[in-house]
Design a protein around this ligand. Structure first.
Ligand SMILES: Nc1ncnc2c1ncn2[C@@H]1O[C@H](COP(=O)(O)OP(=O)(O)OP(=O)(O)O)[C@@H](O)[C@H]1O
Ligand SMILES: [Mg+2]
Length: 321
């Protein structure tokens, strides 16, 4: 459901207003939830079945020489859910994603992806883990010499023996999903920044991965284009039930995806603000700070936090300052 910029700004102001109301009520529950408490919360939210977490960090430490990036970090990412990873520049968000992919190895601790340890896995076996992960890198690197179709189908062409006809069909399908079907045979240079980002999302999802990692999907985009990218991320969660980890600097986009839902109706797919209490449960947040997890919980719990750093981090983004 397209909205205008003023409406979305109003949305954001609503969160700020609401946050004050919640803070006023003195609700600080959920702050620094332990992984155990978190998985209990997820179990309660998803009925009684507890799906195996898609990703587990168990006391993970990682440093570049003397520079400690993560110290004894533990969390669990529930399968089928969305986790939004926030933190200042340099707090280790991209490193977390690269550890999941096995591109870096931790100095200590264990990392499980779909129940398998990747922290000590051989490179050959990591390939099968990565085959089920779609990654949108921070620096969206489309291959400029390849068409949109070749970019999106790249992994299917290179890493599988899927017949060309079927790759083309899947490419058409994912481009349709992100609203860029008519650009299938164009070159990346002919696309805007936002369109390139959406093509990169299509590429990440083309091989139907179970886990999608988005590293700063909306930075550098205007708010309206950013919302089209947010909507794709919401659709993947609600219509395709993909597990996703969304790293972002954009507080507005983080709360947008956490509070919007995609529904399919007879006249198409609509993304709109989720109503009622469910509005706060579409995503879980993790905030990294000082080489550790400063906060873990829902959007409303994050807004209700009394932590001075979090308050500054969240509320310095819009006037009144
Ligand atoms: N290849 C590298 N060699 C040395 N240090 C690195 C390397 N990559 C990252 N770092 C350091 O690790 C820390 C965490 O980096 P990371 O890229 O995870 O930050 P980030 O949270 O993703 O930041 P941003 O929001 O700016 O993308 C930073 O202090 C960075 O300087
Ligand atoms: Mg980064």
């Amino acid at each position: 459901m397209p909205e205008d910029g003023a409406m979305r700004f109003a949305d954001h102001m609503y969160f700020r207003h609401d946050a004050r109301a919640i803070r006023g009520a003195g609700d600080t529950t959920g702050e620094r939830l332990s992984p155990t408490r978190r998985s209990t919360v997820m179990r309660q939210r998803s009925g009684n079945q507890e799906p195996e977490p898609a990703v587990v960090f168990d006391k993970v430490s990682f440093a570049f020489d003397a520079h400690v990036v993560l110290r004894d970090v533990s969390f669990a990412i529930p399968a089928g859910g969305m986790t939004i990873l926030l933190g200042a520049s340099g707090s280790g968000k991209s490193i977390v994603l690269k550890l999941i992919l096995g591109l870096f190895r931790p100095d200590s601790g264990q990392i499980l992806v779909n129940g398998r340890r990747v922290d000590n896995m051989r490179e050959r076996d990591l390939l099968s883990i990565r085959a089920d992960i779609g990654m949108l890198f921070q620096e969206t690197a489309l291959f400029d010499s390849l068409t949109v179709a070749e970019n999106v189908g790249y992994r299917l062409y290179e890493e599988t023996d899927t017949p060309e006809r079927d790759v083309r069909r899947r490419v058409q399908e994912v481009l349709g999903f992100i609203g860029l079907a008519e650009y299938i045979d164009t070159m990346p240079a002919e696309l805007s920044g936002g369109q390139r980002r959406r093509v990169a999302i299509a590429r990440a999802m083309a091989a139907k991965p179970g886990l999608l990692l988005f590293d700063d999907p909306t930075t550098g985009l205007d708010p309206i284009t950013a919302t089209t990218v947010d909507d794709e991320i919401v659709k993947l969660r609600d219509l395709e039930h993909v597990t996703s980890i969304v790293v972002t600097h954009q507080i507005r986009d983080a709360f947008y995806v956490a509070t919007h839902r995609a529904v399919r109706t007879s006249d198409g797919v609509h993304v709109g603000a989720a109503e009622g209490t469910t509005a706060w449960r579409a995503a879980e947040f993790i905030v990294l700070h000082d080489a550790g997890i400063l906060f873990e919980g829902s959007a409303s719990e994050l807004l209700a936090s009394r932590d001075a750093y979090l308050k500054e981090f969240l509320f310095m983004t819009l006037p009144p300052w």
